[in-house]
Design a protein around this ligand. Structure first.
Ligand code: 5GP
Length: 133
């Protein structure tokens, strides 16, 4: 079944388009964390960060950087969150890779409240050994 983003890319669902090229489309998120919240969406559907070819992802990051600059210029955003939810366990709702670019302002109170954990004695070394490339 087509993802909602494929339907948007095909024009079957309306969207507010900010940019388009052969590899990606940028639209406004319908349910923004802050107004101007944009989504950089790959034209071809790759479900996750893990699946998308590096070349396409690099291009999308270049476009995300232009959107970041535009949000700073046009909205006077003082910062942005550049975010990818990767797989359902992380909160990804639409299985079609996209980069969120969210305008942020000092004191806007929207900082994601990820609760932080603490390592037990010696545990950080264990995770270091598990994850070292
Ligand atoms: P995810 O949780 O997959 O990283 O983010 C999906 C995003 O897509 C959500 O922020 C959601 O608001 C947005 N979204 C879902 N359906 C639509 C839609 O039909 N139109 C637009 N513009 N955004 C959508």
């Amino acid at each position: 079944m087509a993802t909602v983003f494929e339907m948007i890319i095909n024009g079957d669902i309306p969207s507010t388009r900010l940019y388009e090229d052969d590899q990606c489309l940028v639209i406004l998120d319908i349910n923004p964390i802050s107004k101007g919240h944009a989504l950089v969406i790959s034209k071809k559907c790759y479900p996750t960060f893990t699946d998308i070819p590096m070349e396409t992802l690099s291009h999308m990051m270049e476009v995300a950087r232009k959107i970041d600059q535009k949000q700073r210029d046009a909205l006077k955003a003082e910062g942005t969150n550049i975010m990818i939810n990767n797989s359902p366990a992380s909160g990804q709702e639409v299985p079609h890779l996209h980069i969120h670019v969210i305008p942020r302002f000092s004191g806007d109170g929207k900082t994601p409240a990820f609760p932080k954990e603490k390592y037990a004695e010696g545990e950080m070394a264990v995770f270091g050994d598990l994850l070292r490339l």
